[in-house]
Every structure is written in structure tokens, then in C-alpha cells.
Write a protein that binds this ligand. Structure first.
Ligand code: TNX
Length: 507
């Protein structure tokens, strides 16, 4: 298949007929929200203004016979699925639900092409549905703060590739990024720094609500994370009574400064900070921040971190993550934690584990992940040597890290199969796939684009499409041809993607 579709749809049947000609005479009918999305997408891609007033279209029979794009929610098929049919006269997008129609519109956007006759959509029949219900991107807004405009730009990019979760890593050693009325000192004292001594920043509750609303308009759910009990040095600037002294015997300094209690930390080392486990003040702090986070968050999940807590004794870690998962469950949310939390015996039933080991597991990371499934939970797959978008794409790339078997080429980002990473869990045990972007080296949207693209497209295919190798086109050779055809669309979206030499890009 040479059509530039990523992620690969479940079924694509090109038709022999003439293409649909896209002009400003084309009328859009049907669902108003989807028509609005389509209108903006076509305008951005082609400069054409389609008529999107569905009501006036119905009221003017004179327009019958006019070339039309119809976008309708018809309730047929599994969640988020859609069907797209294109012939010379008509484009029809039918979704099982609003998300399905939205994804059908995104697919249509990828099909729009320039021809000698103008803008065209090739004749084709597509039926499509996702493999996984959780298809995430994560943005670390703690190492470097990223403002609302940057976050909304990134989530729109992700939604166009059919991701439906935006995980925000809202706290880390370098800064606390969400204002909480119950704990005002967090942003008053712990938000104004970043890696390298940058400016820092934080979201007000209204900023956060704006991100959640913008995500919802793009059919994305926000999953907020407060990382605990490690990655909490900044908390000690605000509430010293809940912070343990930096543990400097087992941490990874990454060549930077040594952390000092009560002073901002601007390095990129990990594993030295911990909350004071078992202290009444710490329990009250955790209850306060999670209660307020639950109030601010309409989505079903709260992520509480749990990674790299090398400064927390093992028994304390187990006690802390078990208690914290139960606090979240008690708030009516589903807890998510990084896979290390699977070491605790008493997590709330149904807690979700996020696996960030390698495609070929090492150090028992897969054991930790399986423990979540054994307790009725599921696993999100974020294998670091495939989908960590903060790894350098090439050895000489100016941005990014290399610890996860890096550099990570586009081919390696593509060449893994979610069902084969953690053995012994069934397809049902996998909630989905998430591609994290840690921001130690990432300061702005250009930096985000430079690292995320084009590898984010490979992660999208792992999350949405059929298993690797299951059909002819679910292969690296096919992906590499298809993704190259997306260059013009990405350029019109304003994405400053690096033209990876692994791909032949359509000019
Ligand atoms: C590991 S992945 C971390 C982060 C770093 C990242 C850099 C994970 C759960 N923890 O603290 O930012 O590596 O790639």
C-alpha cells in the first residue's frame, strides 16, 4: 500500500475510480464538531474553505448533487472505530462514536494530495479500529517547564496520529508544576527552577483545566502524574517536614551538581530524593495533593510515579506505594505507577503498571510488570529502547540522551511488537502503549518536534495497528514508505520534524 497512512488502518481497499476533487464548492454535512475539525484541517492543509453549515445544507435542496463530505456518528462498530469511503462524488466518514469520526477525519487529512487538477483524495474504502484502548504520549513538564500553548500544540500533533492519552509528568526533583490550593507553597517555593537553572514555571488550576479541555476536544484524556516517593527533591523546598535528606550513596549523579536539601536542584541526576515514609506529615501531604488532583482531573487515571526510588529503603517503598495506590482508589480513580511499584505486595487491586524496561527485559523489570496483572491490573508498555522519544535519534543529534541502548533509530523505534515484550501476559493484560518524552535536554516546541518526530509515528502504529508482521503492510519497509508521504502534511501543521535519512520524504 503506498497511501501515506500512519498508523496503518485495519483495512484499506483502494478503488480503481477517479479521485474526489477537493474545491471550495465541496459541502460538509453531518456532525458539527467533526465538521469543524475537518474544516480546520482542510484549511490548514490546502487553504480551501469548505462550507460546513450542515443545517443550511439540508435546507437548500439546490445543493443536492453537489460534491459532499459527510461526517456522521452512527453507533456501529467497536469504540473509536470508523469507516471512510471515497469516490469521485462523495466522501463518507462514519464513526462508531465521536472519537471514531475524529479519527476518520485525521485519516482523510493524510489522504489529501496535490495533483495537476488541484487537491484530490484518492478513491478508497477504509475500515479501521484501534488495537489498544490506551494510546499515550507523555510530556515531562518538570525538568523543563512547557507552557499551555506548547502542550496544546503537542497534544494536537499526537491526536492527529490517533493517540488518545496525554500523560503529564507534573513534578520532579527540579520543580513542581501544578498550583494546588491545599498546598500553596509547592508552586510558591518549588516551581521557579529547571534543569540547567532555567526559568521554570507552573500551571494554575485554570491553565490545567484549559489543557484538559483542549485535550478533550481532540479526544484525549489527561493522565496527571505526581512522581513519588522519589523524584521529590523540589517538595522539600516547600514542605521540608515531608522530605528525607538526599541519599547520596546510590544515586546516579549524571556528572552534575550534588543536591543539597532546601536548595533548588538543576542537574539531571536521579535516585537521591525521597519522601519521609511513615511520617504523619507525609501521609497528610499525599492525601492533600491527590485529593486536589482528583478534583481537577475528569479522566479516570491518576499516576503516582514510583520509579527510581533508590533513596527509599525497599520496605518503606512497598509500604508507601501500597498506601498511595489505595488513596487513589479511594478517590474513585484508577492508580497508575511505573513498573517498580509492582514489587509491593499490597497495591490496590486493578492498579495499572507502566513498563519502562527494554524490549528484551533485564533486571526483573518484566517480573514487576507481571505483578500488576496478577492483581487484576493491566500494563502500559513504554519500552525505553523503542519508544523513549528523548533518546538521541542518531549519535550526533544535538538533543537527547542515550542511556536506553541509544541512539534509537526510527527503524528500532518501529521494530518491536507489544505482545512480545513482557511474556506471560495475554493481550487483555495490556492496556496500551505510551511514548514518553523526558525533557532534560528539551526546552521548547522546536526541541520537542526534533526528538518526537518521526519516531512518534512508529509508537502510534504500535498502539493503534494490528500486531507487527500480522499483515503485509505492518512492516518496517511499508511504514518507512508511508511515513515519508506525511512530510507535506506535517510541514503544513508547522511541525519542524528532522528529515530522518532512514526515510525518503515526499517534498
Ligand atoms: C528514566 S523512565 C526516568 C526519568 C528520566 C528518564 C530519561 C522513568 C520512569 N524514569 O526520570 O527522565 O529516564 O530518559
Amino acid at each position: 500500500m503506498s497511501l501515506p497512512l500512519v498508523p496503518l488502518p485495519a483495512s484499506v481497499t483502494p478503488s480503481p475510480g477517479a479521485p474526489f476533487l477537493l474545491t471550495d464548492d465541496v459541502a460538509v454535512t453531518g456532525d458539527a464538531d467533526a465538521a469543524g475539525v475537518l474544516h480546520r484541517l482542510v484549511l490548514t492543509r490546502t487553504g480551501l474553505h469548505l462550507a460546513t453549515d450542515a443545517a443550511s445544507e439540508r435546507a437548500e435542496p439546490a445543493h443536492a448533487g453537489r460534491a459532499a463530505i459527510d461526517v456522521t456518528v452512527d453507533g456501529d462498530g467497536p469504540p473509536e472505530s470508523y469507516r471512510l469511503a471515497v469516490d469521485e462524488h462523495r466522501v463518507s466518514i462514519r464513526g462508531a462514536d465521536a472519537a471514531g469520526v475524529f479519527y476518520g477525519v485525521q485519516t482523510l487529512g493524510q489522504l489529501i494530495a496535490r495533483s495537476p487538477d488541484g487537491w484530490v483524495v484518492p478513491a478508497v474504502d477504509i475500515a479501521d479500529q484501534p488495537r489498544y484502548e490506551y494510546r499515550g504520549v507523555m510530556l515531562d513538564v518538570a525538568r523543563h517547564f512547557h507552557d499551555v500553548a506548547t502542550v496544546t500544540a503537542y497534544l494536537e500533533r499526537a491526536a492527529s496520529l490517533k493517540f488518545n492519552v496525554l500523560h503529564l509528568h507534573l513534578s520532579d526533583d527540579q520543580g513542581w508544576r501544578l498550583a494546588l490550593s491545599r498546598r500553596p507553597e509547592l508552586t510558591a517555593r518549588a516551581s521557579s527552577s529547571a534543569v540547567g537553572g532555567g526559568d521554570g514555571g507552573f500551571y494554575t488550576a485554570d491553565d490545567y483545566r484549559a489543557i484538559v479541555a483542549h485535550a478533550a476536544a481532540n479526544h484525549m484524556t489527561v493522565v496527571p502524574e505526581f512522581d513519588m516517593p522519589g523524584h521529590t527533591h523540589a517538595v522539600g523546598l516547600a514542605y521540608p517536614e515531608v522530605a528525607a535528606a538526599p541519599a547520596l550513596d546510590r544515586w546516579d549523579a549524571a556528572g552534575g551538581p550534588t543536591p543539597v536539601a532546601g536548595e533548588t536542584y538543576t542537574g539531571i541526576g536521579v535516585g537521591f530524593s525521597s519522601l519521609r515514609i511513615g511520617a504523619a506529615a507525609t501521609d497528610a501531604f499525599v492525601d492533600d495533593i491527590l485529593t486536589e488532583l482528583a478534583e481537577l482531573t475528569p479522566g479516570p487515571y491518576l499516576h503516582f510515579g514510583g520509579d527510581e526510588a533508590h533513596g527509599t529503603p525497599a520496605a518503606d517503598f512497598a509500604e508507601f506505594v501500597a498506601r498511595t495506590s489505595r488513596v487513589i482508589a479511594g478517590l474513585g480513580k484508577t492508580p497508575i505507577a511505573w513498573h517498580e511499584a509492582g514489587a509491593a505486595g499490597d497495591l490496590a487491586p486493578g492498579t495499572i503498571g507502566q513498563y519502562w524496561g527494554f524490549v528484551t527485559p533485564t533486571d526483573g523489570a518484566d517480573d514487576r510488570a507481571r505483578a500488576f496483572v496478577a492483581r487484576g491490573g493491566r500494563v502500559i508498555l513504554s519500552p525505553a529502547d523503542a519508544v523513549y522519544l528523548d533518546m538521541k535519534p542518531t549519535a550526533d543529534a544535538p538533543l537527547g540522551l542515550t542511556w536506553a541502548n541509544g541512539p534509537t533509530s526510527l527503524e528500532r523505534a518501529y521494530s518491536w511488537e507489544p505482545g512480545e515484550v513482557v511474556s506471560g501476559i495475554s493481550e487483555d493484560g495490556i492496556l496500551g502503549v505510551e511514548a514518553p518524552l523526558w525533557t532534560e535536554t528539551v526546552r521548547d516546541l522546536d526541541d520537542i518536534d526534533a526528538l518526537a518526530f518521526p519516531r512518534i509515528a512508529a509508537a502510534a502504529e504500535a498502539a493503534w495497528s494490528v500486531p507487527a508482521g500480522a499483515v503485509d503492510d505492518r512492516t518496517w519497509e511499508s511504514f518507512r514508505a508511508r511515513v515519508g508521504g506525511l512530510g507535506p502534511l506535517w510541514t503544513t501543521f508547522g511541525i519542524r520534524f528532522p528529515a530522518s535519512p532512514e526515510v525518503t520524504w515526499t517534498p
